[in-house]
Ligand binder design. Structure first.
Ligand code: DGJ
Length: 707
């Protein structure tokens, strides 16, 4: 019993048996409380949960340890997959050597003498549960590691999963599934976190909601290939296992070498999904890269001009933006080398003389002179075959010799694990940042890895992912005043390891507000609002062709890191005034939008309701959107749980510029009243508030002020 370790926080507790080789999490969930004899309580818990031996299986019940072992009788996916020459040492079994618990972190060292492997496992409990493992080759011959993943058990009653799928311009689409027998597998071989299979899932008892039910969330913090498995064993036990997905031969440990898994990051709440996801947000807010200054409203040139870079147009775009109150101007793709369209020039990171004969300074000076910051787009991990870089160094492409590579957006990945390629790119980016007054870098990554081999011909995604992290780290150290954004064709690289290196993620290339309601809701389950790039695009969306009001586009973008991606040089006077009012509204409430607790509410699928509450519950802003038409023209009352139950709140309609009125012959009484209505937090949680009748693709905002 001396090896039972408790990690306790206010809302969550983890109890670990450190004696099982890799440690075993016995409990991850609600705090168990302070009994008079904690030792006795733990003895009782272990005894109470002892599993009987049954017919038809082994004479021991193998634990679901953090790195479960086939050789111990675990019948699911083992935590280690690997081998020495001839296939030996493929099924290690570890023995605990020592453990230490310092503050809220447990570290357990274990060894398998027969296999010549050591395993160090770390379990830390803060805003999130963070689990990782390191394997070391103690032998005198190489060890090929096919996989090292970490595992957390979940209760048998957690029988529903919430997972996410997506594609370009449609990220973070939620999917609820019954978690019956067997495994649900999320695998990603795209070399970036991916639109399609984000490494994130939640589990809970069937029907868990935003504010009810115990909920567990698990995320693999990694920006390369990953695997995340939710498995139910034949004996009923459930676990989630995650880590990096390694191609065959991708990681080979020479004697003395180690491999460390990505962090498996977990959150728990006893009261639903919304409070559970605050764990992810709080963790993100604690990362070194997380910004502590107000998020500047930006304008991005992409959907405004695409590749049509013209100094006068860009200057006028900047002037129009400054006039609206925009604070940062981001020059997107098209400023360098021969990059006049997306078929060439990637890799040639010098300012195009053709488009900018006097360099970038005339534009930067203009932008800075208007009181805005200047930001720039780069895609450092890529090269076009039609580029000077590729013509000079075809050997730097991350391809497999002897095969014609498949292009993606007519480009190849550049092998940043190749020291010369790395130095070249590092030198150019460093010079770009040193030679110009650049405050912000939008770092893009627009194609998947495919048959991506490094210098030695082995799979190279692992090394490439580490090289990208290193490049970002080194540039950040050298240019601490510069902020970075993670973009990968939109939200293809949104995860908690990249978040340690960037101030913002580009959530999606889709600026259609209808799509964005769902995309941002999904993304909000992993990242806090202030890092989530949300742009007001043109009235007719470039990615869907839908036309939406400014009020709906604004209501949707206001809650994140606001930007404008629209050619605002030709707005009507009314549009300009309305957009200026939106920017000013955002700035007025920016502290709340970006520092509060994101809240989401359960509604029928025709609606989307979410918002933000001040951490001390003194204020809030809620958005209620009508996505599609519904059976009734009157939406049901919206219940707002999670406020201070005993306090009184003034609820008021927060009007948006150019807001349309909707089909209702009247509006709810409280909306029509000056000063809104005063309700207690308890009333808001229990009966809520009646939204107006709305047209599809429109939204209203409500403000909440504690009296
Ligand atoms: C994909 C990004 O997601 C867009 O915002 C834009 O930067 C283009 N790449 C530029 O090529």
């Amino acid at each position: 019993m001396s090896k039972i370790v408790r990690l306790v926080r206010e809302q969550v507790e983890v109890v670990v048996d450190a004696s099982t080789g890799a440690p075993t999490i016995l409990h991850w969930g609600a705090p168990l409380g302070e009994g008079s004899d904690m030792h006795a309580d733990m003895v009782a818990m272990v005894s109470a949960l002892d599993r009987p031996l049954v017919h038809g299986t082994f004479d021991a019940v193998a634990p679901v340890s953090v790195v479960p072992e086939h050789g111990s009788g675990f019948t699911g996916r083992p935590g280690v997959a690997g081998r020495r020459g001839g296939g030996r040492a493929w099924s290690p079994r570890f023995t605990t050597v020592s453990h230490s618990a310092v503050e809220h972190r447990l570290t357990v060292d274990a060894v398998d003498e027969a296999a010549g492997l050591a395993l160090t496992t770390s379990i830390a409990l803060g805003d999130v549960l963070t689990v990782s493992s390191t394997i070391e080759n103690l032998g005198d011959r190489r060890y090929s590691l096919d996989g090292l993943t970490v595992t957390v058990p979940l209760p048998e009653f957690a029988d529903e999963l919430l997972t996410f799928s997506g594609r370009w311009a449609r990220e973070f689409q939620p999917d609820r599934i019954d978690w019956r027998h067997g495994a649900h597998l999320i695998e990603n071989r795209r070399g970036r976190t991916s639109h399609e299979d984000p490494p994130l899932l939640f589990a809970g008892p069937r029907g868990f909601g935003e504010w009810q039910g115990e909920v567990w969330g698990v995320h693999v913090a990694w920006s390369g290939n990953h695997q995340l498995v939710a498995d139910r064993l034949a004996d009923g036990r459930r676990y989630v296992q995650g880590g990096e997905l390694l191609h065959s031969g991708e990681v080979v440990l020479e004697p003395g070498e180690t491999y460390t898994t990505p962090d498996l990051v977990g959150v728990f709440s006893a009261s639903g999904l919304t409070p559970a996801t605050w764990g992810f947000h709080r963790a993100a807010r604690s990362y070194r890269a997380h910004p502590d200054t107000p998020r500047p409203v930006l304008v991005n040139t992409w959907e405004a001009v695409y590749f049509d870079h013209d100094l006068d147009t860009l200057r006028s775009l900047a002037s129009s933006a400054a006039d609206l109150g925009v604070e940062r101007f981001v020059l997107d793709d098209g400023w360098f080398g021969s990059r006049r369209n997306d078929s060439r020039g990637l890799g040639d990171w010098w300012v195009s003389e053709e488009v900018y004969p006097d360099g970038l300074r005339p534009l930067i000076d203009h932008v800075v002179g208007l009181g805005m910051e200047f930001g720039i787009w780069v895609e450092p991990e890529m090269v076009n075959p039609d580029s000077e870089l590729h013509r000079a160094h075809p050997e730097w492409a991350l391809v497999t010799d002897g095969y014609e590579p498949v292009l993606g957006r007519r480009q190849l990945v550049l092998d940043l694990a190749h020291p010369d390629a790395y130095d070249h790119i590092h030198r150019h980016l460093d010079a770009l940042l040193r030679d110009h007054d650049i405050s912000y870098v939008k770092w893009d990554m627009n194609r998947d890895h495919l048959q991506a081999s490094g210098i030695d011909g082995a799979a190279g995604t692992h090394a490439q992912t580490l090289a990208v992290y290193r490049l970002l780290d080194e540039l950040r150290t050298a240019h601490p005043e510069v902020e970075f954004e993670s973009c990968a064709s939109g939200g293809g690289r949104v995860d908690h390891e990249i978040l340690r290196r960037v101030e913002r993620v580009w959530t999606s290339d889709c600026n259609d507000a209808l799509e964005r309601q769902t995309i941002q809701r999904g993304a909000s389950m992993l990242v806090p609002p202030e890092v989530m790039g949300c742009h007001i695009g043109p009235p007719t969306s470039h990615t869907t062709g839908r036309t939406q009001t400014l009020a709906f586009r604004a209501a949707t973008a206001l809650f994140g890191h606001l930007g404008i991606e629209w050619n605002i040089t030709s707005l009507s006077d009314d549009e300009r005034a309305a957009l200026r009012a939106v920017v000013s509204l955002h700035k007025e409430y920016r502290g709340l939008f970006h520092g509060g607790d994101s809240v989401r509410f359960d509604t029928a699928s025709e609606y989307c309701a979410h918002g933000v509450y001040a951490p001390d519950r003194s204020a809030g802003i809620v958005s209620f959107a009508q996505l599609t038409s519904a059976a009734s023209l009157t939406p049901p009352p919206l219940r707002l749980p999670g406020l201070d139950l005993a306090a009184s709140y003034r609820v008021e309609h927060l009007g948006l510029p150019m807001e349309t009125r909707g089909p209702g012959r009247t509006r709810p009484h409280w909306m029509a009243e000056p000063g809104g209505v005063v309700l207690t937090g308890r009333q808001l949680a229990i009966h809520g508030i009646q939204p107006p009748s709305l047209h599809p693709e429109s939204a209203v905002l409500f403000s909440l002020t504690r009296l």
